[in-house]
Design a protein around this ligand. Structure first.
Ligand code: NAD
Ligand code: WQD
Length: 335
C-alpha cells in the first residue's frame, strides 16, 4: 500500500515506519520535526534497507498535506501530535490547535484526495482514573488534562467522519505505556530536555546523565505503594499498526482497540528490572504524588488479541535491555 505516516520521525512513528517498509509498503512521512530529528528517518531507511519519502511539513497546513498526498495515498497512519501532559495544562490552546486542528485539516485533505482509511494514535489517557482495571474499550471515558481531552475529541471527530461515509474505515488505537527501542539500538525515544515519562528518566539516571529518579508517590493502594502501568514494547506497538491497517482494509466503520500487555508493573518493579538489564544502580528519591496521576492503569487487550490477531510478544526484560542499548549507544539521543 501507499501509506502516509504523520509524525513518522517521532518515537513511535520511526519504529512503525521500519516495519511498514520491511513489509513492502511505500511510505511517505510528513513531520514538522517539532519534537524529532531527521536523523531518525535516515536510520529508519538504513534499518529497513529501503527508502521512504519525507515531506517536512505541518499537518495543519493543507498545502503541506497536498504535497504529501501527491502521487497517491491508500491509507493514513496519524501519529503527529503534541504529547506532554504537563505542558498541555499550561498551554491548552496550543494542544487544541495542534492536535485537534491538525486532525481536522488532515481529514479535509484526505477527503479531497478520496482517501478513506485512517489509523489513529489514541491513548489510555482517555480512561482517566478507571473504576476498575484492567480496562476494556467500553469503559467510561473521562479525561483529566487538556492533552487527554484532545485525544478524546479526536476520537469522536474521527468516529463522526467515518459514520458519514459508508466506505470509510478508521481504527482508533489506545496505546498504554510504550517503552523500549529497536533491538539494533539505532532508533529509540529521544525526549527533549528533562523526560516526563518514567522509562527514559530511569535510562538517563542509569547512564549518569541525571542524579536520581524522583518516584512520584509511594502511598498509592498498589502492591508496593508506587504507580502501576501497562508498559509495552514499541516494536509490539509498531506491529499493531500493520495489523490495524489490514483490519481497516477489510472492515469499513470505526474500530477501537486497547494496546497493552494486560500486565501491570509498579515504578519500583520497573527500577529493579532496569537495574538488572543495565547492571547499574538507579538512585531513587521518594517525592509526593504528581498532579493528575492515577494509581493503576492496565489494559484488557483481548479485543486486539482476538480481532486484530495482535499480541504483545516482548517481556519487561526485553523492554529494559533494548532501552538500555539505545541509551548507551546514543547517550545524547540523535545529537
Ligand atoms: P513524538 O513526539 O516522538 O512523535 C510525534 C511526532 O509528531 C514528532 O516527530 C513531531 O515532530 C510530530 N508533530 C507534532 N505536531 C506536528 C504537526 N502539527 N505537524 C507535523 N508533525 C507534527 O511522540 P510519540 O511518542 O511517537 O507519539 C506518537 C503518537 O502517539 C502521538 O499522537 C501521541 O499522542 C500518541 N501516544 C504516545 C504515547 C507515548 O507514551 N509515547 C502514549 C499514547 C499515545
Ligand atoms: C509512569 C509511572 C508516574 C516519571 C503518560 C501520559 C499518557 C501516555 C503515556 C500519551 C507513573 C511514575 C514517572 C518520574 C515517576 N502518553 N513516574 N517518576 O503517566 O502513565 O502516562 O505517558 O498519551 O497520556 O499521561 O506515564 O511514564 O509519565 O509515568 O515516579 O520521573 O511512573 O508517577 O506512576 P503515565 P509516565
Amino acid at each position: 500500500m501507499r501509506l502516509l505516516v504523520t509524525g513518522g520521525a517521532g518515537y513511535i512513528g520511526s519504529h512503525t515506519s521500519v516495519l511498514l517498509l520491511e513489509a513492502g509498503h511505500d511510505v511517505t512521512v510528513i513531520d514538522n520535526l517539532c519534537n524529532s530529528s531527521p536523523m531518525a528517518l535516515e536510520r529508519v531507511q538504513e534499518l529497513a534497507g529501503r527508502s521512504l519519502r519525507f515531506v517536512e511539513g505541518d499537518v495543519r497546513s493543507r498545502e503541506d498535506l497536498n504535497r504529501a498526498f501527491e502521487g497517491g495515498i491508500d491509507a493514513v497512519i496519524h501519529l503527529a501530535a503534541l504529547k506532554a501532559v504537563g505542558e498541555s495544562c499550561e498551554k491548552p490552546l496550543r494542544y487544541f490547535e495542534n492536535n485537534i486542528g491538525g486532525t481536522i485539516c488532515l481529514m479535509q485533505v484526505m477527503e479531497v484526495h478520496g482517501v478513506q482509511r485512517l489509523v489513529f494514535s489514541s491513548s489510555a489517557t482517555v480512561y482517566g482514573q478507571a473504576e476498575s482495571v484492567p480496562v476494556r474499550e467500553d469503559a467510561p471515558l473521562r479525561v483529566t488534562n487538556p492533552y487527554g481531552r484532545t485525544k478524546l475529541v479526536m476520537e469522536q471527530l474521527i468516529q463522526d467522519w467515518c459514520a458519514a461515509q459508508p466506505k470509510a474505515s478508521a481504527v482508533l488505537l489506545r496505546y498504554f505505556n510504550p517503552v523500549g527501542a529497536h533491538p539494533s539500538g539505532r532508533i529509540g525515544e529521544d525526549p527533549r530536555g528533562e523526560p516526563n515519562n518514567l522509562m527514559p528518566y530511569i535510562a538517563q539516571v542509569a547512564l549518569g546523565r541525571r542524579e536520581f529518579l524522583r518516584v512520584h508517590g509511594d502511598d498509592y493502594p498498589t502492591i508496593d505503594g508506587t504507580g502501576v502501568r501497562d508498559y509495552l514494547h514499541v516494536m509490539d506497538l509498531a506491529d499493531a499498526h500493520l495489523k490495524a491497517l489490514k483490519y481497516a482494509v477489510a472492515n469499513p466503520g470505526c474500530g477501537v482497540f486497547n494496546l497493552g500487555t494486560g500486565r501491570g508493573y509498579s515504578v519500583r518493579e520497573m527500577v529493579a528490572a532496569f537495574e538488572v538489564a543495565s547492571g547499574r544502580e538507579i538512585h531513587c528519591r521518594i517525592g509526593g504524588r504528581r498532579a493528575g496521576d492515577v494509581s493503576e492503569l492496565t489494559a484488557d487487550p483481548s479485543r486486539a488479541n482476538e480481532i486484530l490477531s495482535w499480541r504483545a510478544a516482548h517481556d519487561l526484560a526485553a523492554m529494559c535491555a533494548d532501552t538500555w542499548r539505545w541509551q548507551q549507544q546514543n547517550p545524547t539521543g540523535y545529537e
